[in-house]
Design a binder for this molecule. Structure first.
Ligand SMILES: CC(C)(COP(=O)(O)OP(=O)(O)OC[C@H]1O[C@@H](n2cnc3c(N)ncnc32)[C@H](O)[C@@H]1O)[C@@H](O)C(=O)NCCC(=O)NCCS
Ligand SMILES: Nc1ncnc2c1ncn2[C@@H]1O[C@H](COP(=O)(O)OP(=O)(O)OP(=O)(O)O)[C@@H](O)[C@H]1O
Length: 394
């Protein structure tokens, strides 16, 4: 099962995108619809709204007078908070029921306007944001939906900003143009990403290996890592001591393979094993088997707790390590040493590029990794000196 959170400001085109995904076979869970169901006549939700806002919010037939409540809710923040406090828990409970009832191989698309406002990004394997410029949205709402312009603008003011949505977006769909354009992107998203992602999560299959090509440093890597880390922290719960972005993509200015290395810190390796299934469910299946231990002289082996992202479009290696082990500490030290010492970073860059070119012919990742490790071992001594001199702590 894959959980996709689909959000965007009012009128951006969520329903348009959601309907297309449903045509492909996604299971839709629609928050606006659920929000109507939980306040239908005879429900506890409607009774509580009347208690809170008075009988003036009821129409002559006893149903909720939506425009009357909207006028209160979007005119003042306090009224909206009181409304949300009643409706959102009811919507949340019903949403949970619907999700739990979906088939194990479902791609669930949750159309949820207030994903960002309610801080829910980490509940999904992937967050998709649909966006269009405010003026375009207002025009569509007024002309196609017959909404009053003041109402449209008041709701936009009551919602998250474009920047806040950008921070949680794994996929950004620009719906400022013709519908065909965004629908073509949705078709590709379904086929190339959501379908294989779902199968990878269900079958605990890591994403297929990618070529070890080195890419220029990407300024969006830290933000991408932060989004994935937030999911990892949420999945690990209390067993996670901390989670960090490590490896080459964590060093500004360093070219790297486009794979985010993340380190989840746990107190004990038993905790790491307890997390195996939780991380698998969250989209990070564990690779099984024994691995060479870089930190052991003579090359011992141990069951390395390495999880790999299941998203076919975002390569992630998630190392689960216990607190204060040599490998745990070195990962953080190496990153911070390279961040603080531009000359060392540039030296590392040269080594990487030279080795990549040398091995491009035979194309084996193993040989590349081995030779790079030689250099890395050499740099550790200098990093330790730096740590001692600066009082560095992980
Ligand atoms: C105020 C109400 C009665 C107005 O009903 P109306 O039929 O005019 O609008 P509808 O429910 O179809 O919502 C349309 C859009 O308004 C925006 N919106 C609705 N509620 C909110 C809110 N509390 N905060 C910000 N935006 C909101 C969303 O973009 C939504 O897609 C209704 O929106 C409501 O009960 N809102 C509270 C529940 C809620 O937060 N729903 C949103 C998703 S859970
Ligand atoms: N690319 C587009 N070009 C023109 N009109 C569009 C486009 N995308 C959506 N629309 C129209 O704009 C209106 C809003 O779109 P839609 O209902 O998909 O948005 P929404 O984000 O689901 O809105 P809400 O937040 O109210 O649920 C609809 O009338 C829709 O038909």
């Amino acid at each position: 099962m894959l959980r996709v959170g689909l959000t965007g400001g009012i009128g951006a085109g969520k329903s348009t995108v959601a309907n297309r995904l449903a045509e492909h076979g996604a299971v839709l869970v629609d928050s606006d619809r659920i929000a109507r169901e939980v306040v239908e006549p005879g429900t506890e939700g409607l009774a509580r709204l009347v208690e809170e806002f008075g009988p003036g919010i009821l129409a002559a037939d006893g149903s909720l007078d939506r425009p009357a409540l909207a006028a209160k809710a979007f005119a003042d923040d306090e009224s909206r908070r009181r409304l949300n406090a009643i409706v959102h828990p009811l919507v949340g409970a019903r949403t949970g029921e619907l999700m739990a009832a979906a088939r194990p191989d479902a791609v669930i698309v949750h159309d949820i306007p207030l994903l960002v406002e309610n801080g829910l990004a980490t509940a999904y394997h992937l967050v998709v944001v649909v966006d269009a410029p405010v003026e375009v949205r207002v025009r569509r709402l007024v002309s196609a939906r017959g909404m009053a312009e003041d109402d449209a603008r008041a709701r936009i003011r009551a919602q998250a900003s474009t920047e806040q949505r950008r921070a949680v977006a794994d996929v950004w769909l620009d719906n400022g143009g013709a519908e065909d354009v965004v629908l073509a992107e949705v078709d590709a998203l379904w086929a190339d990403r959501l379908v294989p992602f779902e199968a990878n999560v269900r079958l605990r299959r890591p994403r297929p290996p990618r070529s070890p090509e080195i890419a220029e440093y990407d300024l969006t890597w830290p933000a991408q890592a932060e989004r994935v880390l937030a999911r990892v922290r949420a999945a690990a719960g209390e067993l996670g001591v901390r989670a960090d972005h490590i490896g080459s993509t964590a060093v500004p200015g360093l070219p790297a393979k486009d794979i985010l290395d993340l380190q989840l810190t746990v107190s004990t390796l038993d905790d790491a094993d307890t997390l195996k299934e939780l991380l698998g469910d969250a989209g990070f299946p564990r690779l099984d088997g024994d691995w060479l231990d870089d930190a052991q002289d003579g090359g011992g082996t141990w069951p390395k707790r390495l999880h790999v992202g299941a998203d076919p479009r975002r390569a992630v290696n998630l190392h689960v390590r216990s607190l204060e082990t040599p490998a745990w500490r070195l990962a953080l030290l190496f990153r911070d040493f390279l961040r603080a010492n531009a000359a060392e970073r540039d030296d590392y860059r040269d080594v990487k590029l030279r080795l990549a070119a040398a091995h491009a012919a035979d194309g084996t990742v193993e040989a590349y990794a081995y030779e790079k490790q030689e250099w890395v071992n050499g740099v550790f001594a200098r990093a330790e000196k730096w740590a001692a001199a600066t009082g560095w702590t992980p």
